[in-house]
Design a protein around this ligand. Structure first.
Ligand code: BES
Ligand code: MN
Length: 456
């Protein structure tokens, strides 16, 4: 093991240069104009995997390609097989004017590396690649056979990876899937995540007049779709953050006493959280702590709201339409299809007849929960402690990784969620960054993990 650790220590500078190359690809999966950037990024990854000693290939899909890379298999090897999952696609970088330096020109500042995708998820999956490189380049035998699956559509719902899992079921059959695509509370609190929220996405459009109208000539006699949408969305929560849609909370698993006690020990106070997000005051469902509100309770969020004139100056119109992009986060036992039905039924009921309601369904996924008591989870906790030199915490996360459900349903494999992102990494926000201590400790965590997983 020592040669592996030494190799990691000695090569950090080169790793950083390579990491920057990875970050320069504008692999924005949601934006069609970046299709070639995703392809180029995937090709770069394949080459990089080959350089470090993996056998790697690019698998084309109906969307963006998937990178599959395997450690060399010894003949008749009885080593257990683990999959390492990650994604090379990133969220849109907009609004660009809020970035201190351009999102795809990596910038170092102290122990932080700024770029879109640095924490979510390029840096986190790169840490695993570097750990495996250390084994392969030092000739240290790897106690596990590994297959990296790094996809390009995580940020848009992983539609094509599901198909890929089904058609490659045998090849991908594994003990468990290792994923670093979540967070840890502070650099001194490594974490094993045992729950993720699910999600449903949809767009609501309200259609009003056949075209934008002069608001002086027609305003007052015609429904304004933006106003109608505001009225509807304003009814979703009561003043205490509780969602008013009938059936929304059906089946929601209440938090156990044990978990509520654990949540109290989460090392980020409400005051710290408020400072971090920069809101004038925190807001959330009454009766739950902020930690609970953002990990163990369901939500209804507007992600985008569009109507009328958005340019400079004023334009006096009644807009022809208004649109909201919505996602709801779901918790264990909420069924995405059922929640979607409840939301649609409620929208139809509250929508006035003065506008026409159009609902466009998007992706959806159930919440995920995994026991921290399994042998692989215990091994992961040991690896975290060795790598970070501090006791790991167990936590639930509010984000979603929809594909983990398919790993379970299609491959029969649970996921080990070993995230090394920080709450202030600005994932999905301007000035996203990745902490280089997390990067280094993450590499060591991966290196230890393959040893710990084969211990009885
Ligand atoms: N890495 C995140 C998921 C995540 C973030 C989990 C923070 C836990 C804590 C992932 O890349 C992501 O952003 N997923 C999307 C999924 C969606 C597009 C279906 C999300 O959660 O919004
Ligand atoms: Mn993300």
């Amino acid at each position: 093991m020592q040669p592996v650790l030494d190799y990691l220590k000695q090569n950090q500078k080169r790793f950083l240069a390579e990491f920057c190359d990875y970050l320069r690809f504008a692999s924005v999966s949601a934006q069609p104009q970046h299709k070639d950037d995703l392809q180029a990024c995937a090709e770069w990854l394949v080459k990089h995997c080959q350089q470090i000693g993996l056998s790697a290939k690019l698998c084309q899909t109906d969307g963006h390609p998937i990178v599959v890379a395997k450690t060399p298999r010894e003949k008749n090897s009885r080593n257990p097989h683990y999959m390492v999952y990650g994604h090379y696609d990133v969220q849109p970088p907009e609004p660009l004017e809020l970035w201190t330096t351009p999102p795809f020109e990596p910038r170092m500042a102290g122990r932080n590396l700024f770029a879109r995708g640095s924490t979510d998820n390029k840096g986190q999956n790169f840490a695993h690649l570097k750990a495996v490189e250390a084994y392969l380049k030092t000739g240290t035998s790897l106690p596990c056979n590994l297959t990296f699956v790094i996809e390009g559509e995580e940020e848009v719902g992983s539609a094509n990876l599901s198909k890929f899992l089904t058609s490659h079921r045998k090849e991908l059959n594994c003990e468990a899937v290792v994923i670093s695509d979540t967070g840890m509370p502070t650099p001194k609190h490594p974490a094993l995540t045992c729950g993720l929220r699910g999600i449903i996405a949809f767009e609501i459009t309200l259609h009003g007049p056949a075209r934008d109208l002069h608001s002086g000539i027609f305003g007052g006699a015609v429904e304004n779709p933006a106003m109608a949408l505001a009225r509807i969305l304003g009814k979703v929560h009561d003043n205490h953050g509780h969602i008013q849609i009938p059936g929304f909370y059906d089946g929601v698993l209440p938090l156990s006493k044990y978990e509520r006690e654990q949540n109290k020990r989460y090392p980020l106070t409400d005051a710290q959280l408020q400072k971090l997000v920069g809101s004038p005051q925190l807001f959330g469902e009454r009766g739950f702590s902020a930690t609970e509100q953002r990990s163990a309770r369901p939500t209804f969020e507007i992600n985008g709201l569009t109507s009328g004139y958005q340019g400079e100056g004023s334009k006096t119109i009644v807009p022809a339409w208004a649109r909201a992009k919505i996602t709801c986060r779901l918790v264990p036992n909420q069924k995405p299809a059922q929640i979607r039905k409840a939301v649609c039924a409620w929208l139809k009921q509250v929508c006035p007849p003065t506008v026409r309601l159009e609902i466009q369904a998007g992706h959806g996924a159930e919440a995920y929960h995994v026991s921290p008591e399994s042998a692989p989870a215990q091994a992961a906790l040991r690896a975290l402690e060795k790598a970070f030199g501090c006791k790991p915490v167990l936590m639930r996360e509010g984000g979603s990784i929809p594909i983990v459900n398919q790993f379970k349903n299609i491959l029969g494999a649970e996921s080990l969620l070993l995230g090394i992102g920080l709450p202030d990494d600005n994932a999905h926000s301007p000035n996203e960054k990745f902490n280089l201590d997390c990067f280094e400790n993450g590499q060591r965590m991966s290196a230890y993990l393959w040893q710990e997983l084969v211990k009885p």
